[in-house]
Design a binder for this molecule. Structure first.
Ligand SMILES: Cc1ncc(COP(=O)(O)O)c(C=O)c1O
Length: 387
């Protein structure tokens, strides 16, 4: 999470944290929901459950998914311990050591770690302002067939408000990617952690909606309720969902936590809450972009994120953000250096992930002022070295 976080300094502005704003958690509603789960439903909710937990959570997820063109029954929803666990289960269900997995460049390092643990052979494809370069994926597939090279078993994609890229995959590319998965017989692991946090645009259809048999769709309550709830989900065709579920040994995702969230979803409008989150994060994004334009104008470029948590900065001049992060730490700001998000760390040297989700406007501006100072120092040190 960046050098500054590792040093445990409390005066550091943490632009490295990809965490929701703590002030945004629905404290009162959660308190009521938890209290009901214990005092009213405790007999069942606190007991070994053995099954999938209360149906209300899966029911809500199934209904909400229709917004993205996903039409499923609750039986096709597997509730997991966060979507991170679902990534792990998908790997276990689909991959053997040595199988090929294709990812975006850059991509979420948590997923990269899981693929590495699965001993997958990894290859990456660039993104641009419309998301993954599906045309390059198509070329690589054609090339693999021509040359008798291995095809991927799995392609991992973050279609909405990418971590770290901030951009979204165009509908045209979603459709094409789905067609490729069907034609070349690989699975798409569609990680949709951020799609509820859209600052303006309507929901785009999920890749899943174009190839349900070949897609495992992942969602999470981490960004909309709270991450330590640890509830996420996978949606897949019934046989794949059953396979994913088989990796729970014994009990499934906590039935007690599901009861709490079930109570919350029944008594509280998550839709209204999400509306408030969107206003908050849109304002925070605007504060960060305003500060970037004021203090680092001309030095960096970025695509304006239309949702999610992240701004993905590209420095116009050559820079090693792995070095810059140390200067930033000295100035009291943290960010994540681009290298963390690439298979070949060299590719990330000019990039930095800044998160606007965790800090409020004033801290965001302070963080950018400090980053600009750190960048000046870094450049001065580079210039001195060259003399
Ligand atoms: C793209 C992406 N996928 C998955 C996760 C993990 O989410 P969860 O808390 O549901 O495990 C994150 C969290 O940062 C993320 O950014």
């Amino acid at each position: 999470m960046g050098a500054a976080q590792a040093s445990n300094r409390t005066d550091v502005v943490p632009l490295s944290y990809g965490s929701p704003a703590s002030a945004s958690f629905p404290y009162d509603a959660l308190q009521q929901a938890a209290s009901d789960a214990i005092l009213t439903q405790g007999h069942a909710a606190l007991q070994y459950s053995g099954a999938d937990g209360p149906a209300v959570v899966r029911q809500w997820i199934a209904e909400r998914s229709a917004l993205r063109g996903i039409h499923v029954t609750p039986q096709e929803v597997l509730v997991t311990y966060g979507s991170g666990q679902a990534i792990d289960f998908a790997c276990r269900a689909i991959l053997e050591p040595g199988d090929h997995v294709w990812v975006e460049a850059p991509t979420f390092f948590g997923a990269l770690n899981t693929f590495r643990t699965s001993e997958a052979v990894l290859a990456s494809f660039p993104i641009d302002e419309q998301g993954l370069r599906v045309d390059l994926v198509e070329e690589a597939l054609e090339h693999a067939v021509r040359e008798n090279l291995p095809l991927p078993k799995l392609l991992y994609c973050i279609p909405n408000y990418h971590n770290p890229g901030g951009i979204s995959l165009s509908v045209f590319r979603r459709k094409r990617l789905a067609e490729l998965a069907l034609a070349y017989d690989f699975f798409i692991l569609e990680d949709d952690a951020y799609s509820e946090l859209n600052f303006g645009a309507a929901y785009l259809p999920a890749i899943y909606s174009f190839a349900p048999q070949r897609t495992i769709y992942l969602g999470t309550f981490s960004k909309t309720i709270a991450p330590s709830i640890r509830l996420g989900w996978a949606i897949a065709s019934q046989d794949t969902a059953v396979k994913l579920g088989s990796f729970f040994h014994g009990s499934r995702a906590s039935a007690f936590t599901q009861q709490i969230i079930g109570n919350l979803l029944s008594s509280y409008s998550l839709e209204t809450h999400i509306g408030q989150l969107i206003s908050r994060y849109r304002e925070q994004r605007d504060s960060m972009l305003k500060a970037l334009d004021k203090h680092l104008q001309g030095a960096v470029e970025y695509a304006v994120p239309e949702g999610g948590f992240f701004v993905w900065l590209r420095f116009k001049e050559e820079v090693d953000t792995g070095e810059l992060v140390k200067y930033a730490s000295g100035h009291g700001v943290s960010f994540i250096e681009g290298q963390q998000f690439y298979l070949s760390p060299e590719d990330g040297k000019r990039y930095a992930r800044l998160s606007f989700s965790y800090c409020e406007a004033e801290a965001l501006e302070l963080g950018i002022v400090r980053l600009a100072e750190a960048y000046q120092d870094y450049q001065a040190a580079q210039a001195a070295r060259e003399v």
